[in-house]
Design a protein around this ligand. Structure first.
Ligand SMILES: Nc1nc2c(c(=O)[nH]1)N[C@H]1C(S)=C(S)[C@@H](COP(=O)(O)O)O[C@H]1N2
Ligand SMILES: [Mo]
Length: 426
C-alpha cells in the first residue's frame, strides 16, 4: 500500500471493523455437532443453510375488498432483497404469487404438456419427452407487475416511511432457468396460418391462464423444468413452468399443462379481473406486457441502520424487460449529482444485474437513489415523471387501493443523522 494514499485502501474507520466483530462473537447457538446421527446423515445428503441465517419471505396481506371468495391466503409472498448478494435468488426465497392457493402436488410421471388448437400436429409431451429435447439455460428475472407499485401488492407498507426493500420491491426474483425453447415445440407442432395468440394454462386449483401474443412465444419463451440447477420448486411451478422473459409476471404460467393456439386473446380470469391497470379516467389498460427499466438500492435500504459515518459500499439490483442493463447511476446527494455505478458481470439480458459503488457517509442527513438505463436507451423515471406521463398528481399514488401496475419509479432512501434508513418515495 502506498502510505501517501492510505484512504484509498483503508475502508473501515471509526472502529467499524471491531464493532462488526463484536456482533459475530456474541452469537452463540447450537451447532451441527450437537445434532443426532440421522440428522447429520440427512445433511450430508441434502444441505441446508446455517441456522445463523435468518432471511425469510414475507406474506403480503390481501386487500379484503378485492379478495375473491375462494382465495384462501396471501395474495403474494415477497423476496428479502435486503439480504441478497449477486444476482441469483435462492429458490427457497423466490417470491411467490399464486393468488392465495397452495401448489398442486403433481407427479411428474403423470404430467403432460399438451399443445393444441391451431396446429398441424397436436402434441402431448411427458416430462421424459421434454428432457430428450435440446435445452437452454438462461438467467431471467420474474417480476409481478404489481411490484414496487403503490396500492395492491404490499399495500400501505409500500408507501410507509418504515418500508423495507422487501416491502417496496420484493416481488421480483432472478433464476437460471433451464428447459426447452417454446419456438422449438411450436415448430414441432406446426403453427397454422392465422394463429396469433397462445393461451397458456396451469394445473392449479383455479387453472391460471394467460393470453400471450404468438410473436413473443416464437421469440424467446421457454418451457422450464429446472431452476438454479435443480427441478423447479413446487411454489414456482413444479414440474414445468412457462418463462416469458422480461414480461409481466402473470405470463409465466406455473404448473404448465396446456398451450392452446388461437386467433384472439381469451380474457382469462386473472388477466381481466385483477391485472388491468385502472386509470383515473375509469378506463382499464389491458394487455400491457413488457416491464420497464427498474433499479433499487438494496444496501443500505429501508429499515437498516448505518452504525457510524465512514465507508460503505452501496449496492443494488437493476433489470429491464427491454434487454440488458447498460448503465446504473447513483446519487448520494438527493439527486443533485449522479455517478456511474459498476455493473458486476456477466450482465445477462432481461435478468437482475448487480451494481455497486463506493460511498463515504459524512454523518449528515441525505438521500440516496439509483436510476438505470437499458439496451433500448430507456431511462428509469422519477415518480414525478411517471405522474406527469400518466396525467395524474402524486396523490394518485398515495391514495390508490388497486394495483397501480408497472410503476418503475426511482426509489429514494433517506439516511437520517442517527444512521436510520427510511423510505422516501414521497
Ligand atoms: N399457474 C399459475 N401460474 C402463475 C400464477 C398463478 O397464480 N398460477 N401467478 C402468476 C403471477 S401473477 C406471477 S407474478 C408469477 C409469479 O411467479 P412465482 O410465484 O414463481 O414468483 O406467476 C404467474 N404464474
Ligand atoms: Mo403477478
Amino acid at each position: 500500500m502506498n502510505p501517501k494514499e492510505p484512504s484509498r485502501r483503508r475502508f473501515l474507520k471509526n472502529g467499524a471493523a471491531l464493532a462488526g466483530l463484536a456482533v459475530g462473537a456474541s452469537a452463540t447457538k447450537a451447532s451441527a455437532a450437537d445434532a443426532p446421527e440421522e440428522r447429520v446423515d440427512l445433511l450430508h445428503k441434502v444441505g441446508e443453510r446455517s441456522h445463523f441465517v435468518d432471511a425469510i419471505r414475507r406474506g403480503s396481506a390481501n386487500n379484503p375488498e378485492r379478495r375473491l371468495p375462494d382465495e384462501p391466503r396471501n395474495f403474494g409472498i415477497s423476496t428479502p432483497l435486503q439480504d441478497s448478494d449477486g444476482t441469483v435468488t435462492p429458490a427457497s426465497l423466490h417470491y411467490i404469487v399464486s393468488h392465495g392457493y397452495e401448489p398442486p402436488d403433481i407427479n411428474p410421471q403423470e404430467h403432460r404438456l399438451i399443445i393444441h388448437g391451431m396446429v398441424e400436429r397436436p402434441l402431448s409431451l411427458s416430462m421424459d419427452d421434454l428432457r430428450r429435447l435440446p435445452s437452454v439455460s438462461r438467467f431471467h428475472f420474474i417480476e409481478c407487475h404489481g411490484n414496487s407499485t403503490t396500492g395492491g401488492l404490499g399495500g400501505a407498507a409500500r408507501i410507509s416511511p418504515d418500508a423495507t426493500v422487501q416491502d417496496t420491491h420484493g416481488f421480483t426474483s432472478c433464476s437460471q432457468w433451464t428447459g426447452v425453447p417454446l419456438p422449438l415445440l411450436l415448430k414441432e407442432a406446426g403453427v397454422k396460418k392465422g394463429a396469433t395468440w397462445i393461451i397458456a394454462e396451469g394445473a392449479d386449483e383455479y387453472k391460471h391462464s394467460k393470453s400471450i401474443p404468438i410473436d413473443k412465444a416464437l421469440d424467446d419463451a421457454l418451457v422450464a423444468y429446472a431452476q438454479n440447477g435443480e427441478p423447479v420448486r413446487p411454489e414456482q411451478g413444479y414440474p414445468l413452468r412457462l418463462v416469458i422473459p422480461g414480461w409481466q409476471g402473470i405470463n409465466n404460467v406455473k404448473w404448465l399443462r396446456r398451450i392452446d393456439l388461437v386467433d384472439e386473446p381469451y380474457m382469462g380470469m386473472m388477466e381481466i379481473s385483477r391485472y388491468p391497470r385502472l386509470g383515473l379516467d375509469g378506463k382499464s389498460r389491458w394487455f400491457e406486457f413488457e416491464m420497464g427499466p427498474k433499479s433499487v438500492i438494496t444496501r443500505p435500504s429501508g429499515g437498516q441502520r448505518l452504525p457510524v459515518p465512514g465507508f460503505y459500499e452501496i449496492t443494488g439490483l437493476a433489470w429491464s424487460g427491454g434487454g440488458a442493463i447498460r448503465r446504473v447511476e447513483v446519487s448520494t446527494d438527493g439527486g443533485a449529482t449522479w455517478k456511474d455505478a459498476e455493473l458486476q458481470g456477466p450482465v445477462a439480458s432481461k435478468a437482475h444485474t448487480r451494481f455497486t459503488i463506493p460511498w463515504n457517509w459524512s454523518g449528515e442527513e441525505t438521500t440516496i437513489q439509483s436510476r438505470c438505463t437499458d439496451d433500448k436507451g430507456t431511462v428509469q423515471p422519477t415518480i414525478a415523471e411517471v405522474a406527469k406521463h400518466w396525467g395524474v398528481d402524486l396523490d394518485y399514488f398515495r391514495k390508490i387501493t388497486l394495483i397501480v401496475s408497472d410503476l418503475n419509479a426511482i426509489q429514494p432512501w433517506k439516511i437520517n443523522r442517527d444512521g436510520s434508513v427510511k423510505n422516501a418515495i414521497f
